[in-house]
Design a protein around this ligand. Structure first.
Ligand SMILES: Cc1cc2nc3c(=O)[nH]c(=O)nc-3n(C[C@H](O)[C@H](O)[C@H](O)COP(=O)(O)OP(=O)(O)OC[C@H]3O[C@@H](n4cnc5c(N)ncnc54)[C@H](O)[C@@H]3O)c2cc1C
Length: 402
């Protein structure tokens, strides 16, 4: 089957998009290998929950083995109830804040990633940092004109390499694969800085986020609060639903993100983690209500950090056996709350096109061309949506208020 079909698909990056793609391809009967830079011994800083709405949830349902999808449901949390807008002293300004759409679920990024690693076994190799890619001679072509017979090679920092029929760059915002395809396209700085963390839920902190989300609007900065209340504690759910799945104990928490606006000295700082980042937040919310200050003070210090915020739309590239998925193709501002959702939708769309080629229903490069058209249209719309959404989080600059 494989020899007549598409051949091996190499996926670079075991993030949310790459792992969803791997499951979708396995389900479609294709041969897939995933290569991840992290060595797998620890977790990168990923201290936030994300909201998954319909494109993402549908994609996961369509891709994952049923028991893993049940784990997603069991370990997610509802996003219902009023979206609150507070001032710095917790006076309610609105109970009707825009937020995640009805039916969205909050998921912890690390927990979701552990679930997505389930059942893939040795199809995923950690400690493989991609340094370069090369397509076999004669493979690259104009849009959709060439058939099977070529290959693509991935080179890794440890000196090894892997060869397959198709390579998918799911290697995130700073993608090596994207730089290979469109070296001229770089990240766009938003001139904003975000500092974020998570704090274990107590009744006092839960009152700050009774519904689907809370925004605290200060004169200079905005604090976003989101609730990650696991329907079932993840390690207990795993023991019951997917015995053997590697899942740490995790308390429910409130995720907070402080947006430092353009023009503020802290917005140009490249970023820091831990104590420095928390001190910056406390300095910027000086004089705010004690519940808000204590929320930040009580943070889990392993998950506090700050970074600059980027996005990047994407132009077309010549269709070949190397393609992109997720943040590597369309890095969106976190304000859109749509990056993971879009990446997961990319995964099912790409898998469907590759399955058509695998079954001989269409030429491989025409399948990849059709995927690219769809990816760019949805991805660039997602980037634009994130830009628009940012406006409601950023207080006007002082001169604009006069
Ligand atoms: C604060 C914040 C909040 C967010 N909230 C939401 C939300 O509510 N909803 C939503 O839909 N999205 C949200 N997002 C966006 C979402 O997290 C991303 O869009 C999503 O993780 C993208 O998935 P990905 O697979 O493309 O990339 P990633 O998940 O970043 O995975 C990329 C993987 O590639 C690996 N990698 C990188 N370089 C290499 C290399 N050279 N070789 C091999 N492997 C490599 C990385 O280690 C990583 O594992 C948020 C983002 C942020 C920052």
């Amino acid at each position: 089957m494989t020899e007549q079909g598409v051949g091996r698909v190499l996926v670079i990056g075991a993030g949310l998009g790459g792992l969803t793609l791997a499951h979708a391809l396995v389900r479609a009967g294709l041969d897939v290998r995933v290569y991840e830079a992290d060595d797998g011994s620890g977790e990168r800083f990923q201290g936030y929950r994300i909201g998954l709405a319909e494109p993402g949830l549908t994609a996961l349902r369509a891709s994952l083995p049923q028991r893993l999808y049940e784990m997603v449901e069991a370990t997610s949390g509802g996003l219902t109830g009023p979206g609150l807008l507070f001032d710095e002293q917790l006076t309610v300004l609105s109970r009707d804040l825009d937020g995640p759409v009805e039916g969205s679920r909050a998921v912890d990024r690390q927990v979701l990633r552990r679930i997505l690693l389930g059942d893939l076994g040795d199809r995923v190799t950690h400690g493989k940092r991609l340094t370069g890619v090369a397509e076999g001679a004669g493979v690259r072509s104009a849009h959709g004109t060439e058939g099977a017979g070529g290959s693509v090679t991935a080179r890794f920092a440890d000196g090894t390499q892997a060869t397959g029929a198709v390579l998918v760059g799911a290697d995130g915002g700073n993608s090596v694969v994207r730089r290979h395809l469109v070296p001229e396209v770089g990240l766009v700085e938003s001139d904003l800085c975000g500092a974020m963390g998570r704090t274990t839920i107590t009744d006092r902190f839960l009152r700050l986020v009774p519904g689907r989300g809370t925004m605290v609007k200060g004169r200079e900065v905005t604090l976003m609060l989101g609730r990650m209340q696991f329907d079932r504690e993840p390690s207990a759910a795993a023991a019951d639903l997917v015995p053997g799945l590697d899942m740490p104990y995790r308390d429910s928490y409130v995720r907070w993100v402080l947006l430092v606006p353009p023009g503020h000295p802290a917005a140009t700082d490249p970023g820091s983690a831990g104590e420095d980042a928390r001190e910056l937040v406390l300095e910027l919310i000086e004089g705010w209500h004690p519940d808000l200050r204590d929320l930040v003070r009580s943070a889990d210090m392993s998950a506090v950090g700050r970074s600059k915020i980027y996005d990047r739309p994407m132009p077309p590239w010549p269709v070949g056996r190397i393609t992109l998925l997720g943040d590597s193709a369309h890095l969106t501002l976190a304000s859109g709350g749509n990056g993971a959702n879009t990446a997961m939708q990319d995964a099912v769309r790409l898998s469907a096109r590759l399955a058509e080629a695998h079954r001989g229903e269409r030429d491989l490069l025409s399948a990849l061309g059709a995927y690219q058209d769809d990816l760019l249209e949805r991805g660039n719309a997602a980037v634009q949506f994130g830009k628009e959404a940012l406006k409601r989080f950023v207080p006007p600059r002082p001169q604009e208020t006069r």
